[in-house]
Design a protein around this ligand. Structure first.
Ligand code: DX5
Ligand code: ZN
Length: 218
C-alpha cells in the first residue's frame, strides 16, 4: 500500500519545500498537462528535472499529454522513476511502455473514466502499473467517481490472471472518506492531492491515509 501525494495542489512557488512536507510518502505524484490532451497546463521537462534534483522521494510522473511516443521516454530520462502515459493519447501503447522501461523507469498506463480496460489487458506484460482515473483528468479537487471501482476490480482480476507484480493506482478525489473503497476494490497505490496538501500537516495526512488502507492485502 503506497501513498503518492499530487503536487498539483502544492504551492508552485515553493516546490522544494512542498516536497519536504511529504518526505514520508512513497512517491511524489507530478501531473504534467499540455492544454491539449486536457484543458489545463501545468509543468514540463525542465521542472521535472529540477524536482528530481531535490526530491527526497521518487517521482511518479502522470503525463496527461498528447504524443507520449515522443515525450514519455524523456520524462524517464529527466528523472521520473515511474512514468504514466494515457492510453487514449497513444498510437502504439506497447512501444511507449517499452521505451519508458528502456529509459530506466517503471512504465504505467492510465485509463480515463470513460475508457474500458479490457481491450488493453494484453499489454500487462509491458506494464509495471495501471492507473484507473477516478475523476476526469485535468484538475485537482474534483469529486471521487465511485463508479470506477468495478474497473479497479476488473484490472485486479486481470493482474491476478496474468501474474507478476503490477501495481494498480487510483487518482482523483482520493481522501480519508474514499480511500478504503479503493483498497477494497483492489488498488494499492493511492494518489491524493487536495486531501494531503489541503491539510495543515501534510505528513500527518499521508500517515492517516496509509493507516486506513494498511490492513488490506490483495
Ligand atoms: C487530476 C490529476 C490528479 C489530481 C488529484 O487530473 O491527475 O493527480 O492532482 O487531485 P485530488 O486528489 O485533489 O483529486
Ligand atoms: Zn494525476
Amino acid at each position: 500500500m503506497q501513498i503518492s501525494p499530487s503536487i498539483l495542489s502544492a504551492d508552485f512557488a515553493n516546490l522544494e519545500r512542498e516536497l519536504g512536507r511529504i518526505a514520508n510518502a512513497d512517491w511524489a505524484h507530478v501531473d504534467v498537462m499540455d492544454a491539449h490532451f486536457v484543458p489545463n497546463l501545468t509543468l514540463g521537462l525542465p521542472v521535472v528535472e529540477a524536482l528530481a534534483r531535490v526530491s527526497p522521494i521518487p517521482l511518479d510522473c502522470h503525463l496527461m499529454i498528447e504524443d507520449p511516443e515522443r515525450w514519455a521516454p524523456m520524462y524517464a530520462e529527466a528523472g521520473g522513476d515511474s512514468v504514466t502515459f494515457h492510453v487514449e493519447a497513444a498510437r502504439d501503447p506497447r512501444q511507449v511502455a517499452r521505451d519508458i522501461r528502456a529509459a530506466g523507469a517503471r512504465a504505467a498506463m492510465a485509463v480515463k473514466p470513460g475508457t474500458d480496460f479490457a481491450p488493453y489487458e494484453e499489454l500487462l506484460p509491458e506494464l509495471d502499473m495501471v492507473l484507473v482515473m477516478t475523476v476526469e483528468p485535468g484538475f485537482g479537487g474534483q469529486s471521487f467517481m465511485a463508479d470506477q471501482m468495478p474497473k479497479v476490480a476488473q484490472v485486479r482480476e486481470a493482474v491476478r490472471r496474468h501474474g507478476g507484480e503490477i501495481w494498480i493506482q487510483v487518482d482523483g478525489g482520493v481522501s480519508a472518506k474514499t480511500i478504503e473503497q479503493c483498497a477494497e476494490a483492489g488498488a494499492d497505490v493511492f494518489v491524493a492531492g487536495s486531501a494531503v496538501y489541503g491539510a495543515e500537516d501534510a505528513a500527518a495526512a499521508v500517515n492517516e491515509l496509509r493507516a486506513l488502507v494498511g490492513e488490506h492485502t490483495h
